[in-house]
Write a protein that binds this ligand. Structure first.
Ligand code: IMP
Length: 198
């Protein structure tokens, strides 16, 4: 199999871009949509896989490079899987995650007074590789955990300050980035596609 030597990472989300770069081997040439002045396509799919595919195909076709994209989000059991594929959109146009997190706590509280006992959640990530010739390959990763009673920690991005992974006491926001990266949904998805790089 021909190993990938250069790639565009199909995201305009800085937190995600950084984490995907850290997962990839250092000797691979990495490009971002920003370097080409390309904004993200509309995510019209109804699943993580479909939306990851839309982004990977879009950025690959625009640049004629192989593209790796990820679609990810947090799914809360009590909220029947919400915000799920809408995780980014819940933060509004200004990517205000304080707002999105407030919305989560409000919805959980409104549904159940003892929501703290019904706090199961998971992060899901689907990664898609898309080649300019139309070939594609997908891998998905999930990490189970729970919603923290309150927001904690300044590391990471998005919903990291409210998610405690199974088997740990601290939120992703409190965790050292290296530890998060070794256990999270993104690294699990990457594990399934890494044969194209290593
Ligand atoms: P999208 O895949 O670009 O639609 O956005 C996914 C959204 O899910 C991000 O904007 C974050 O809000 C959230 N998300 C995905 N992965 C993580 C993570 O590792 N930590 C925190 N939030 C995440």
């Amino acid at each position: 199999m021909k190993k990938i030597k250069k790639i565009i990472i199909g995201t305009n989300n800085e937190g995600k871009y950084r984490e995907i770069c850290d997962l990839l081997p250092s000797n691979i040439k990495k490009y971002s949509p920003k370097q080409f002045g390309i904004s993200s396509p509309e995510e019209t799919g109804k699943s993580f896989k479909k939306n990851a595919f839309i982004k990977a195909a879009y950025f690959s076709k625009k640049t004629n490079l192989i593209c790796l994209s990820d679609d990810s989000g947090i799914a809360i059991d009590l909220l029947k899987g919400e915000p799920g594929i809408y995780s980014s959109r819940w933060s509004g146009e200004k990517n205000n995650f304080n707002l999105a997190i407030k919305k989560i706590y409000k919805k959980m509280k409104n549904l159940k007074k003892d929501w703290k006992k019904n706090n199961a959640a998971k992060f899901i990530c689907c990664m898609v590789l898309f080649w300019p010739n139309g070939k594609s390959y997908a891998g998905q990763g999930i990490i189970k955990g729970k919603i923290s009673n309150k927001k904690k920690g300044k590391n990471g991005f998005g919903y990291d300050p409210i998610f405690i992974p199974e088997g740990y006491k601290e939120t992703f926001g409190e965790m050292k980035p290296k530890l998060k990266m070794s256990i999270d949904h993104r690294s699990k998805a990457f594990f399934k596609i890494k044969k194209y790089f290593l």
